[in-house]
Design a protein around this ligand. Structure first.
Ligand SMILES: *[C@@H]1O[C@H](CO)[C@@H](O)[C@H](O)[C@H]1NC(C)=O
Length: 222
């Protein structure tokens, strides 16, 4: 009897140790309450923002008209993204969702980029958009996506959107993260502050410093 109890205890200890060693969950948390409207004046914490006192929560905390107006796409890439993430839409805090409206001029490109904290469900609401993503083994998956069609970009993978239709294009990108993050390799290489050492860039691209300078000159101001 006593030995079976100690065997049971041993099993429990092993289970407890396994649980303690389990990898941490790298995703937005499930909410512990109905809502936790972000107190945007507080410094950002690891899992988002602290909650506003419930007595100060108002209807507008759960509302955003950010995406109503078409933004200007008059820039060299012909793209403009309007992001409704937690920092501008406090009701999203702790809920693990956000959305971006991206407008593309004819021929416009949303250059290759990735979102470290979110998968991206693309819904084209106007025009025709070529969406493509690349994998960690350098495979490329791509489709031309038309009005009301969907395309999913898995979390963290590099992707782009190109307007291949005849007019303007608009798509909504829904994320399973309140703040999916944005990494743009072109900017992360040629427009960092401070600048990446020239030797790193010339050796990475197998180019001369003059050629790197041409690349850098294209990204001034972005
Ligand atoms: C995006 O559109 C807004 C609103 O029209 C404009 O203020 C902003 O400069 C645009 N951004 C770019 C990069 O064109």
């Amino acid at each position: 009897m006593a030995s079976s109890r100690s065997a049971m205890l041993q099993v429990m200890l092993v289970v407890a140790a396994a649980l303690a060693a389990a990898p941490c969950v790298l995703s937005d948390p499930s909410p512990l309450q109905d809502f936790c409207v972000a107190d945007l004046k507080a410094a950002m914490a690891v899992d988002g923002f602290p909650c506003k006192p419930a007595s100060t929560v108002v209807d507008d905390d759960f509302f955003s008209a950010l995406m109503v107006a078409a933004p200007s796409t008059k820039n060299p890439f012909g793209v403009n993204s309007t992001r409704a993430t937690v920092s501008v839409f406090p009701g999203l805090n702790t809920l693990g969702v956000s959305i971006t409206r991206t407008d593309l001029a004819p021929g416009g490109i949303n250059p290759p980029h990735s979102h470290p904290r979110g998968s991206e469900l693309v819904l084209v609401v106007k025009g025709e958009v070529m969406v493509g993503f690349t994998t960690s083994t350098n495979l490329l998956y791509s489709k031309v996506v038309k009005e009301n069609e969907l395309f999913i970009v898995p979390r963290g993978l590099q992707h782009y959107q190109l307007n291949v239709g005849t007019g303007d294009a608009v798509f909504m990108a829904m994320f399973d993260a309140q703040s999916p993050g944005l990494v743009v390799p072109t900017l992360g290489l040629f427009a960092t502050k401070p600048a990446m050492p020239m030797e790193v860039l010339t050796k990475t691209f197998l180019l001369g410093a003059d050629e790197i300078d041409v690349m850098k000159s294209k990204f001034v101001g972005f």
